[in-house]
Design a protein around this ligand. Structure first.
Ligand SMILES: *Cc1c(COP(=O)(O)O)cnc(C)c1O
Length: 232
């Protein structure tokens, strides 16, 4: 077994244990490999290792690896911040765009999806830490954005995503995860057309168990699969 496959098997066990401890069944938490800065061969090893989906951050990198067949056999998600002028490269290739935080971005996605006669599944990214430099809709504006997006044909909102302030595990993240779960429950209770809220995407290498304990059903894990990223 490759190191990548071994890491994935060990992480899968931890995910299932955390899900069981939270009273949820095996298979209820989607394991997304955050593949940024790892080449096509490594991504292929992760797909072979049994992750549920690949999540990519940068459009250019996604296109390159897509053309190399990196994601064959796994659904593909876009998890990075997205500029409107790059949307055209994604729609038709990705199963889920996790990072929609404005009506304008949603309209751009919907227009492209309609051209391709498809419907693009999206998550609303919430800036749960209310950080100035971070993307995501402010928590208190989530409902309004959800209502706006429900009226747009060509997209379908499937849930919420968040990246809390601390990259490494910090006990404070639990408070953010809890806030996100409350928001998720609140948004699920609304009845909007065209909206099926069933995904809560939160938790990374350092804190996915805490996130699952707080109700996450989609974790995005990079360095615990591939090793630390080397930023040049
Ligand atoms: C890189 C990344 C992750 C994974 O981070 P790790 O700490 O390497 O697990 C998750 N979500 C997003 C949006 C990312 O960019």
């Amino acid at each position: 077994m490759s190191v990548i496959a071994e890491n994935i098997a060990a992480l899968r066990e931890r995910i299932e244990r955390a899900a069981a401890a939270a009273g949820r069944g095996a298979g209820e938490v989607t394991f997304v490999a955050a593949t940024k800065m790892n080449d096509a061969d490594k991504v292929k090893a992760a797909v072979a290792g049994g992750i549920d989906a690949c999540g990519e951050n940068r459009v250019q990198e996604l296109i390159e690896k897509y053309e190399q067949g990196a994601y064959v056999g796994a659904p593909l998600h876009f998890i990075g911040s997205l500029q409107k002028n790059k949307v055209k490269y994604l729609v038709g290739k990705v199963d889920l765009i996790q990072s929609v935080d404005s009506r304008e971005l949603a309209l751009t996605i919907a227009k492209k999806a309609q051209q391709l006669q498809t419907v693009q599944d999206v998550l609303i990214e919430v800036n749960i830490g209310r950080e100035e430099a971070k993307s995501g809709v402010m928590p208190e504006n989530t409902d309004e954005l959800l209502a706006e997006l429900s009226a747009i044909e060509g997209i379908r909102v499937r849930g919420l995503m968040a990246i809390p302030p601390n990259i490494e595990f910090d006990p404070k993240n639990v408070a953010y995860f809890e806030k996100m779960h409350n928001l998720y429950v609140d948004m699920r209770s609304k009845k909007y057309n065209n909206v099926i809220i069933e995904i809560l995407s939160m938790g990374m290498s350092g804190d996915f168990e805490e996130a699952i304990a707080c109700g996450s059903n989609m974790v995005r894990i990079g360095s615990a699969i591939f090793g630390p990223r080397i930023y040049l």
